[in-house]
Design a protein around this ligand. Structure first.
Ligand code: GDP
Ligand code: MN
Length: 428
């Protein structure tokens, strides 16, 4: 599966996979968890009493320079704001190396910001063309004597929140999980009880904090959990969760994901959503309550339900084809959604055939058939269309398609449909 923007959310999913052997299909859930930029996440942390560095956000080189002066800090750290991680080791198309820079001179902050803003930053987690940087964070730099990893996430296997930590922080946590799993520590949290003092101190000790730093770290851990609950997060990740030589525990980086089901009571947070980094087709699809996932092949899949989507992709693959995407209609479908779905599918120039695979349980096949014929006519579709409908009102649906006079290929079952779609593409 190649969801295109491998955001830091995906990084979290990978971690979850490494730690808890999540079923693969759960990573391709229909949920689109809200993702915020580091500066937004840090603002939320600050509001909960979590220790972060003093910072400003800038969207021009000049305001970055001004912010650097205003900080009056011994040293300044300048950080490109994109949703993907691994920024420290990233490269800009301006030639600048590194999305995180430390300097003592505000003038250099301005110069560096000039090579970041408006340029694309490519990291291990971005698409190869990178992500355009529109904002930078200008923060007071602190010395780091030790980098640890700390996260709280909702875990299916535990039916609730889990704390995950490692004394080996700052680096790729997936790598730590793979090569030294004994350095990953877990604490299952009882949602009714919250993080207990014993758990917070044990985690802090496992992270390698000693003496008064251990107390401080435990306190930060409890505050991060308060934040996790307060904002309906699915993940709060701090890497590095570090200590300074002056004896302070600080969250140097921040990544928070939010549960989309909580949007109704987290309006302020969801209003901060910046969709400009996402796949524009996925964003467009979300507007119509459709779930779209882009892939690399040339056969578009139009299905209802994530399970059927997976099965359809697999069977296309089995017959030697490659899915270009899948669009999941979900349950209560309206004719207008079918129309929008077609518009989205055909907007992708890679698409050379469309396979419609609908199992009408809740969905009425006749509504789908009407949507298909309307979309075909109004959008002047030219790509071949293979349709397999089954279930509620299927006879009526087949009649509508047949009488439409449109060049729609009917398939008797999923296997037949996949073969026909692959054949269409092979002919080209
Ligand atoms: P990421 O690469 O996208 O995860 O960005 P981070 O915010 O984690 O920064 C990358 C690395 O830069 C961290 O692991 C730190 O080693 C370093 N770094 C970030 N902020 C500071 C700072 O204030 N002081 C120092 N000394 N190093 C920092
Ligand atoms: Mn980091």
């Amino acid at each position: 599966m190649a969801a295109r923007v491998a955001s830091r959310a995906v990084c979290g999913a990978a971690l979850r996979f490494a730690l808890f052997h999540f079923n693969k299909s759960s990573q391709i859930s229909s949920r689109r968890w809200l993702n915020l930029q580091e500066y937004q996440s840090k603002q939320l942390m600050q509001d909960c009493g979590v220790t972060v560095q003093r910072f400003f956000v800038a969207d021009t080189a000049n305001s970055a320079l001004e912010a650097a002066k205003k900080l009056k800090a011994k040293e300044i750290v300048l950080k490109a704001q994109i949703l993907a991680g691994g920024r420290g080791k990233g490269v800009f198309d301006s030639g600048l190396k590194g999305g995180v820079h430390l300097t003592k001179d505000p003038v250099i902050v301005g110069e560096l910001a000039n090579q970041m803003l408006g340029f694309s930053l490519t990291t291990k987690q971005t698409p190869t063309e990178g992500v355009k940087v529109k904002k930078v964070m200008v923060a007071e730099a602190l010395d780091i004597s030790r980098e640890t990893y700390f996260a709280i996430l909702m875990d299916r296997a535990c039916n609730g929140p889990v704390m995950v930590g490692s004394p080996q922080g700052g680096v790729d946590i997936e790598e730590v999980a793979a090569s030294t799993p004994e350095l990953i520590f877990k604490e299952v949290i009882d949602i009714f009880e919250g993080v207990t003092d014993v758990q917070a101190v044990r985690m802090a000790a496992n992270l390698g904090f000693k003496g008064h730093l251990q107390k401080q770290a435990a306190d930060q851990i409890k505050k991060l959990y308060d934040l996790f609950l307060k904002v309906d997060a699915t993940q709060v990740e701090v890497n590095p969760f570090g200590e300074t030589p002056e004896g302070q525990v600080v969250c140097f980086d921040a990544k928070i994901n939010f549960d989309d089901n909580a949007e109704f009571r987290q309006k302020e947070i969801f209003a901060m959503d910046d969709t400009s980094e996402g796949d524009p087709l996925e964003t467009e699809a979300a507007k119509y309550d459709l779930k779209y996932i882009g892939m690399d092949g040339n056969i578009a899949c139009f299905v209802n339900g994530a399970g059927l989507a997976m099965a359809t992709c697999d069977i296309i693959d089995l017959h030697g084809g490659k899915p270009a995407n899948f669009l999941d209609l979900g349950g209560g479908v309206k004719e207008s959604q079918v129309y929008q779905a077609f518009k989205l599918l055909t907007a992708d120039p890679k698409v050379e055939a469309i396979l419609i695979n609908i199992f009408g349980g809740i969905v009425n096949c006749a509504i789908i058939a009407n949507g298909i014929t309307k979309a075909c006519r109004e959008l002047g579709m030219t790509v071949p269309l293979v349709v397999r409908l089954e279930g509620t009102n299927v006879q009526e649906a087949k009649r509508i398609l047949q009488e439409s006079g449109l060049p729609i290929m009917s398939a008797s079952n999923l296997d037949d449909a996949a073969k026909k779609a692959v054949a269409c593409v092979a002919k080209k």
